[in-house]
Ligand binder design. Structure first.
Ligand code: NCD
Length: 344
């Protein structure tokens, strides 16, 4: 059993069947991690992965994503090579993403993970690995760990896993996404992934200039999924999940005007503890936070973001495991899967 995609570039690559499979698998990985804490003899994965080598290419700052990919890879007992920072890689010398990816794959890596500041870079790397397969006959899966302001599909997977754990369901939900919806790649991927579940409706809360992009809203329109756009955080609080994001300073032009815009917008959507006290709203955040989320919420039952970050390891384990065991069987379409499960 595996997943239907051979590379993960966008949340749109994930079918409902893939998502259900990965959420269930991540639960299993989490339980196994727990068992390993108390029983050193538990080592289910070592034989499968002992000889595997994973490449972690981080050409943009990262703490959670990099460490949780590394943690997932090390839990499998695999070797990990990490590129840390654009300035220390050959990309700074003008090397193309294609060449860079071909070289890394050629060093016998079994999975390539990349974060890069340019939107669209993930697709270029995945295409390079398809070329690599044509050249060598060896398939190396690619995983997008964030490409500019475009997408962050593995964050969406761990977010969905967290919603399942916190709300005990992934259907019949009202999810509010707040902050920099224009530049925040996590909200683009999460909206697309949540659109696979029945009866999920959205509230998008942001200043006008930082609205959810049309290409994401089009995905919802095509499926007749309800969403509303609001201009104040107060209008977004009454939801099952409130997903906060920071205003993405690095995506504003590095000019006096660009940075003045950032300064003006950064404090526009701030969530304080009293705003969610006495409510059941689950507060999530991909982190890092700057000033949009009060630390007081850390101590409230609503604050799920540290648990959310911890879910990065089991979900990335589930994803890597599935990609390394890509099912050779033809995959069901979402429609076939829905009919089989009685959803349609
Ligand atoms: C996010 C990212 O890098 O897009 N962080 C993360 O991966 N957990 C969110 C952010 O940087 O604001």
């Amino acid at each position: 059993m595996g997943v239907s995609f051979s590379h993960l570039v966008s949340a749109s690559d994930i079918t409902r069947r893939d998502a259900d499979f990965l959420v269930e698998s991540a639960h299993g990985m989490k339980e196994e991690m727990e068992r390993r804490r108390t029983d050193l003899n538990v080592d289910r994965w070592r034989d499968d992965f002992r000889r595997k080598r994973f490449a972690n290419l981080f050409y943009e700052p990262s703490t959670r994503t990099r460490f949780s990919f590394e943690g997932a890879m090390r839990n499998f007992g695999a070797g990990v090579s990490t590129a840390d920072g654009f300035q220390f890689s050959s990309l700074i010398k003008g090397e193309s993403i294609r060449d860079n990816t071909l070289i890394v794959a050629g060093y016998d890596h079994d999975v390539v993970v990349m974060r890069h500041p340019d939107a669209g870079s993930a697709k270029q790397a995945a295409d390079a690995l398809d070329e690599f397969r044509n050249m060598t006959g060896r398939h190396v899966p690619f995983i997008n760990a964030g490409d500019g302001n475009n997408e962050h599909p593995t964050q969406a997977l761990l977010d969905v896993f967290t919603i399942q754990e916190e709300c005990r369901r992934l259907t019949d939900l009202h999810v509010s996404l707040a902050g920099d919806l224009k530049n925040g790649r996590t909200v683009h991927s999460l909206t697309k992934l949540l659109s696979l579940y029945e009866n999920v409706r959205f509230t998008f809360a942001s200043p006008e200039e930082l609205s959810m992009p049309d290409n994401v809203k089009k995905v919802l329109d095509a499926k007749s999924i309800a969403y509303r756009e609001v201009r104040s955080i107060e209008d977004a609080i009454d939801a099952d999940v409130l997903y906060m994001t920071r205003v993405q300073k690095e995506r504003f032009p590095n000019t006096t005007e660009g940075q003045a815009d950032y300064e003006r917008l950064k404090g526009s959507f701030v969530l304080d503890a009293p705003m969610v006290a006495k409510r059941d709203t689950v507060v999530m955040h991909p982190l890092p936070r700057v000033e949009e989320l009060a630390t007081g919420i850390d101590y409230m039952k609503n604050g799920a973001y540290f648990r959310q970050a911890q879910n990065g390891i089991p979900m990335r384990m589930a994803l890597i495991h599935a990609l390394m065991h890509v099912d050779q069987q033809p995959h069901e379409t979402d429609k076939e899967y829905a009919i089989r499960r009685g959803i349609l």
